[in-house]
Design a protein around this ligand. Structure first.
Ligand SMILES: [Mn+2]
Length: 495
């Protein structure tokens, strides 16, 4: 299987072996001495003289107990069935370069591992299942794959041995190159998480159904609705790094004014890469009227004193948990009177939304609470004809509020997206759920229905809220929200 996984393998092997190399056949099928451009002497020489680097005192990863509990819950839901959860494969960006790899959420959630081409298999055994993690093992030095194959460790770096992986993840590990054949031959009911590994899916093609596979995906999405203590700790870490990233941005606003929104994106990204794994989603660094474009990620516009900056960004931790925070900041440090009026309305809407987040509340409550405040203000400002009840009933406020007021947050920024409506949008909040509360008002630059001075102003305030036993906790309280506090905070950072 390994040969099929990476189309760049043969190109890289060609680089190693010289331009004359014929590279169509997989390395492992070649005999020694058959590599054009590699002398027998060099081939022999490369086989030996390498130290034993096996890591013998590895401790399990921090979340080993949690991942085991998650696998146990999955096992209990699908007794007697083989369950296949792939990490996914590298994706080509162009020619022989790939996008940086991110394992599937389902795989990472159940194993804590993040390796490309990995596959978790739960094999029915007695009352439950036995788990095996299938991985590419360390490179063989004897057959040349170590240096002649593009997935060889010489090119991509040392991998964990299967024994090391077993110690780290608490799951027996096996060679993934043998998995597709084994799955092809296996009998009995089986389900696979689709969309990540075409090779594994092909091996299972005549054994699975879309409907059964979807049930597996839905279960793994709903399982993530309530976060365990490890996950809440990671989300707090993600938020804390994000707070520092926002501080970084405020400190360099003058440099952004001299260049573009890209300076803001790059500044935040530096914090994300140094403290975490990456940004959890493309940072929205929207100055001036770009704030009204909800997914503004081009970030190539000017940053001008007197305008607002809507910054929606989140650091993702090494374990893939992401923050999702928005602040709308006056670029020169002071909100204008109109900017403040709009900002304070959004703030009040967010306050009402956050107050509605508590165990037992309907998921929709916080959205409704925020929308009501925004509708009230829009009526008050004369932008839409009241009464407020009529506006809400007809949804007239949505011309300017545009989006839902929040979503679940976790390993995906829009987490648990495959959950059923009855367990998410029509569901009830429980302790351990983490969601964003993010109302906004957006007056498009070309919106002729609002006074000219409103046009091009967009405001969103977004925080990450944990449902607790008796209410909620704002994980992103480290960033000020109230307009006067934002101004003070900015003044202090700019010195
Ligand atoms: Mn969000």
């Amino acid at each position: 299987m390994a040969e099929e996984l990476n189309p760049a393998v043969s190109d890289l092997a060609a680089d190693a072996a010289g331009p004359e190399t014929e590279t169509e056949e997989p390395i492992k099928q070649r005999k020694n001495g058959l590599y054009p451009g590699v002398s027998d002497e060099l081939g022999e020489n490369m086989k030996s003289g390498w130290a034993d680097t096996e890591l013998r005192d590895l401790e399990p990863i921090a979340q080993a107990a949690e991942t085991a509990a998650r696998r146990a819950a999955l096992s209990a839901r699908f007794p007697g069935e083989r369950l296949v959860i792939p990490a996914g494969n590298l994706k080509t960006r162009s020619n022989d370069t790939e996008y940086s790899f991110r394992a599937s959420v389902e795989y990472a959630y159940l194993t804590g591992n993040q390796t490309e081409d990995g596959v978790l298999v739960l094999e029915p055994r007695g009352e439950g299942h036995t788990a095996t993690i299938y991985l590419l093992p360390r490179s063989n030095r004897e057959n040349g794959e170590f240096w002649l194959n593009g997935q060889g460790e010489l090119w991509v770096g040392r991998r964990h041995s299967l024994t090391e992986a077993e110690k780290l993840y608490g799951i027996p590990a096996s060679d993934v190159r043998e998995l597709a054949d084994a799955l092809r031959e296996a009998t009995g009911p089986v389900r696979v998480v689709r969309g990540y590994d075409a090779g594994i899916e092909a091996a299972l093609a005549d054994k699975v159904t879309a409907e059964h596979d979807e049930e597996l995906r839905v279960f793994l999405s709903e399982a993530r609705l309530v976060k365990d203590d490890f996950e809440i700790g990671e989300l707090q870490k993600a938020v804390d790094s994000t707070v520092r990233g926002f501080e970084d941005v405020v400190k360099v606003l003058d440099k952004a004014e001299a260049t573009s929104e890209r300076y803001i994106e790059g500044t935040f990204f530096l914090r994300a890469r140094v403290e975490g794994n990456d940004v959890g989603y493309g940072s929205i660094c929207a100055a001036g009227p770009h704030a009204c474009t909800l997914h503004w990620v081009r970030n190539d516009g000017p940053v001008r004193s007197g305008d607002l900056l809507l910054l929606d960004a989140g650091v993702e931790t090494h374990t893939y948990y992401t923050a999702d925070v928005t602040r709308t900041l006056p670029i020169n440090g002071r909100y204008s009177e109109l900017q403040k009026k709009i900002y304070d309305a959004v703030y009040d809407a967010q306050e009402a939304g956050i107050a509605a987040v508590k165990p037992g509340a309907k998921y929709r409550d916080f959205h409704d609470a925020s929308q009501r405040v925004l509708a009230e203000r829009l009526v008050e400002w004369g932008l839409v004809e009241g009464p407020v009840e009529r506006v809400l009933e007809l949804g007239l406020q949505r011309r300017w509020t545009l989006h839902g007021t929040g979503h679940m947050l976790g390993m995906d920024v829009h987490d648990c997206a495959a959950a059923r409506v009855e367990s998410y949008v029509d569901g009830t909040l429980e302790p351990g759920m983490v969601l964003t509360v993010e109302p906004g008002l957006y007056f498009q630059a070309d919106d002729l229905t609002v006074p000219e001075e409103y046009r091009g102003i967009g405001v969103r305030i977004e925080d990450d809220i944990l449902v607790t036993a008796d209410g909620n906790r704002n994980l992103s309280a480290g960033l000020p929200r109230r307009s006067d506090e934002v101004e003070e905070w900015m003044a202090a950072l700019k010195g």
